[in-house]
Design a binder for this molecule. Structure first.
Ligand code: PLP
Length: 417
């Protein structure tokens, strides 16, 4: 598995051996571990690591405020890169500390009143659902779930009917859930939402949780038609931990939405009883940042965009499909691959009869293979529907090889023997 060893790629690989070898040589992790936990945190390219270390050293040498002033150009480039990633203007981007941080800032800016409805999907991220329940407890909003289609994923007809019938204050969709390989049909959701929006003016805000899709596939907010999009940078984007971003549409900015706890960066204190919010999405930011991570994120996005999100998506889908097949063939009596939906992405989930998730993960860790367990409390609807209480999540990226998938499945076989 060393980065300079020969590698084998699947037939139909989008990237050449030379390209994958280069990706593997450009980070320290690939020579140490078989990293199949990109849905947790991807391995950072060395350029991302070095950019952060450089900035921390600069802070130590000349002072934190002075270092960010000196690196203002690089910091500004984060916004340009982020805008390029999502196909929007840099004024629509806010830097945050995580996807959840982005999400709560957006959620807190929606002027909910008692009885307002949140329409959401059954595979929405656990923390979002907990926040909706908290809003229900605090403000008396109502949560309504869109049915799933028989194949999995949002039932589009039910979505359309429920939008029209309930005219919710918020439509909340998770693009790729944390606990399964499903990719929601966000293109169809976008056209249903935009058709509905034309008939019902300014009733409903749409937030898309793109935490798992960012860096795994192209995200274009003009196509997605969302008002807010939240993401994290440490996963498929391969950025630093503790980084996220929020896209805020012009419509939301023009409507003067602002986070509940806006600070001195988001607003200017003009008179003793008056503040003025920033005109752009920076109104969703806090004043204090770890600037080393902002700069690291800029390099991570640039790295991803240079490779090309479309190529990344195709390679990740190829490796994941192969992995599902290998798992299915391994032990048909005990292993059950759980992913279902109209389209599947890079999160491969499976459960094993008469086994224990922690033992499996720890045994794999001893063999330097990284995967994580997922539990029912991460996706109550999904796990109950599938009739399981836990799953192992393996999530390959474009730098993984066929050899690594073979070592993983062979190790699993050995552990289960
Ligand atoms: C779909 C989805 N949304 C949101 C999150 C939360 O991301 P963060 O940990 O950056 O807040 C995750 C994390 O795994 C996720 O998978």
């Amino acid at each position: 598995m060393g980065s300079n060893q020969n590698i084998t790629l699947p037939s139909g690989s989008i990237f050449s051996e030379r390209e994958v070898q280069k990706f593997r040589n450009e980070n320290k992790g690939c020579s140490n571990v078989i990293h199949l936990n990109n849905a947790g945190a991807g391995l950072m390219p060395d350029i991302v690591t070095e950019a952060q270390l450089d900035h921390i050293r600069l802070e130590a040498q000349i002072g934190g405020y002075e270092a960010s002033a000196l690196r203002a150009d690089l910091i500004d480039e984060f916004y340009q890169q982020a805008a390029g990633l999502l196909n929007c203007h840099s004024n629509n981007i806010a830097f945050t500390s995580s996807a959840t941080d982005s999400y709560t800032r957006a959620l807190s800016s929606i002027p909910f009143q008692q009885g307002d409805i949140i329409l959401t999907d059954k595979d929405d991220f656990v923390s979002n659902q907990i926040q909706f329940l908290s809003l229900q407890k605090r403000l008396g909003v109502k949560i309504i779930h869109i049915n799933n289609a028989p194949i999995g994923g949002v039932d589009l007809q039910d979505l359309e009917e429920k939008l029209k019938k309930h005219q919710p204050k918020l439509l909340a969709i998770t693009h790729i859930p944390t606990n399964s390989g499903l990719i929601q049909p966000v293109g169809e959701i976008a056209s249903i939402f935009s058709g509905y929006s034309k008939t019902v003016t300014d009733k409903t805000w749409y937030i898309l949780d793109a935490c798992q899709s960012a860096g795994q596939m192209k995200l274009d907010v003009k196509f997605l038609k969302c008002d807010f999009l939240s993401l994290t940078c440490r996963k498929f984007l391969r950025g630093p931990r503790g980084t996220g971003m929020l896209y805020v549409s012009d419509k939301a900015l023009d409507a003067r939405l602002e986070p509940m706890f806006i600070d001195m960066r988001g607003a200017t204190w003009i008179e003793k009883d008056l503040y003025e919010q920033q005109p752009h999405a920076r109104r969703y930011e806090d004043w204090e940042f770890a600037y080393s991570t902002v700069i690291g994120t800029k390099f991570a996005i640039e790295y991803c965009r240079n490779i090309g999100e479309d190529r990344i998506e195709r390679q990740v889908k190829l490796l994941s499909t192969i992995l599902r097949g290998k798992l299915q063939e391994l032990d048909t009596d005990r292993i059950r691959v759980l992913d279902r939906g109209p389209e599947l992405g890079g999160l491969v989930t499976f459960t094993v009869r008469d086994s224990n998730p922690l033992t499996l993960v720890n045994e794999l860790l001893k063999r330097k293979i990284n995967v994580v367990p997922s539990y029912r409390q991460f996706g109550v609807f999904d796990f109950d529907e599938k009739g399981v209480t836990w799953a192992i999540r393996a999530s390959p990226h474009y730098y993984n090889t066929l050899d690594e998938l073979d070592i993983f499945t062979e190790s699993l076989k050995e552990i289960l023997r």
